[in-house]
Design a protein around this ligand. Structure first.
Ligand code: SF4
Length: 342
């Protein structure tokens, strides 16, 4: 019999479980404590539940943690883990240590349907949404999870295309009955889906990062087909109208392609469209993927573009490329693994 997983359930969902099993109402909090604070690997280890309660739960449930199946370690200390998910599929999770920070980059879908032209994950097509269990398992089953300081939802898939499971995972990470993480240590990165971005902003307090990649509609659409149905102008309008307060941050991710989106015209247009938004632009050097015509700028070109943006009043920083010798572009490793298993 396949048992259902407890890990990845919110307190409300755990309460449904304990109510259905006729357990006392406080049992849901006890289970949440074991799952998210005390780290009980098995139901049997939840020793403040009665033996009878544990037996009852084990008939139908398991904790449901899955270790990674493989890891690639880069010379800079970056690690990429592969986690198996259902139907012979694999997702990637990156661990990125950096001086006093240690960041995990979580995937939210297997494959992706957004079709960004520069992305290896896009070539896998959409294979399925991850459950809250599968999203959080990447955090909890990461061998370095005790050392983590930051979480970014920037791996495979589009978070707003799997919003309900993403919100559930954020609730578990930030609630006092869950991991109790500060939302200011968590960033969710999106291509920007109109209609859902409002939901995300209202229902979570985590930072928002939006993939920009070009300030020109036609050029952005050529890079990111999603621009056609979810135009940047509308996303920026939503951001302008939302009160981010003092703690919450909005940033823009900008992959730099040599000669394509790093010209003085791009600097001028970015200054125009971002005018009035308190934000930061993260410049990311394009990581080559097989069969792509896009090319990467060198460090000098990156710095020159950053300086031009700064001179226009845009706070722009260059994100250091990490894990280049282990397939920095997200989706490379899982594609290789999936092809092996065909
Ligand atoms: S860049 Fe992100 S949103 Fe775009 S196809 Fe790749 S995984 Fe999906």
């Amino acid at each position: 019999m396949v048992r259902e997983k407890l890990y990845g359930r919110t307190l409300e969902e755990l309460t449904d479980v304990t109510t259905a099993a006729s357990l006392p109402s406080y049992a849901a909090r006890q289970i949440a404590g074991w799952l998210y604070r005390r780290g009980a690997p098995e139901i049997d280890g939840m020793t403040d539940l009665s033996l009878a309660a544990r037996d009852l739960l084990q008939e139908r449930y398991e904790t449901g943690l899955t270790p990674p199946s493989a890891v690639a370690t880069g010379s800079d200390g970056t690690k990429k883990y592969l986690f198996p998910v259902s139907s012979n599929r694999f997702i990637e999770t990156a661990f990125i240590p950096d001086r006093n920070r240690a960041t995990v980059c979580l995937s939210v879908q297997s494959g992706c349907r957004m079709g960004c032209r520069f992305c290896m994950t896009a070539r896998q097509g959409f294979q399925g949404n991850l459950t809250s269990n599968e999203i959080l398992n990447q955090f909890r089953s990461l061998p370095e999870h005790e050392s983590l300081t930051n979480i970014v939802y920037m791996g495979m898939g589009e978070p707003l295309d799997n919003l309900s499971e993403v919100l559930k995972s954020l609730e578990i990470l930030t609630s006092s009955w869950g991991y109790g993480w500060s939302p200011t240590r968590i960033t969710v990165s999106t291509v920007g889906i109109t209609g859902r971005i409002e939901d995300f902003l209202e229902k979570s307090r985590c930072h928002l990062a939006v993939s920009l990649h070009s300030p020109f509609d036609d050029e952005r659409q050529a890079l990111m087909p999603v621009q056609k149905t979810h135009p940047l102008g509308k996303i920026l309008e939503t951001i302008r109208q939302f009160d981010f307060g003092r703690q919450r941050r909005v940033s823009f991710e900008y992959i730099v392609f040599r000669g394509l989106n790093d010209t003085p015209a791009h600097v001028r247009e970015m200054a125009r469209i971002l005018n009035g938004i308190r934000c930061r632009v993260n410049l990311i050097r394009f990581h080559a993927i097989p069969g792509s015509d896009y090319t990467s700028p060198d460090q000098k070109e990156m710095e020159s573009f950053r300086d031009s943006l700064n001179a226009k009043g845009i706070t722009a920083t260059i994100r250091a490329s990490r894990g280049e010798d282990i397939g920095a572009a997200c989706g490379l490793l899982s594609t290789i693994e999936q092809n092996k298993n065909r």
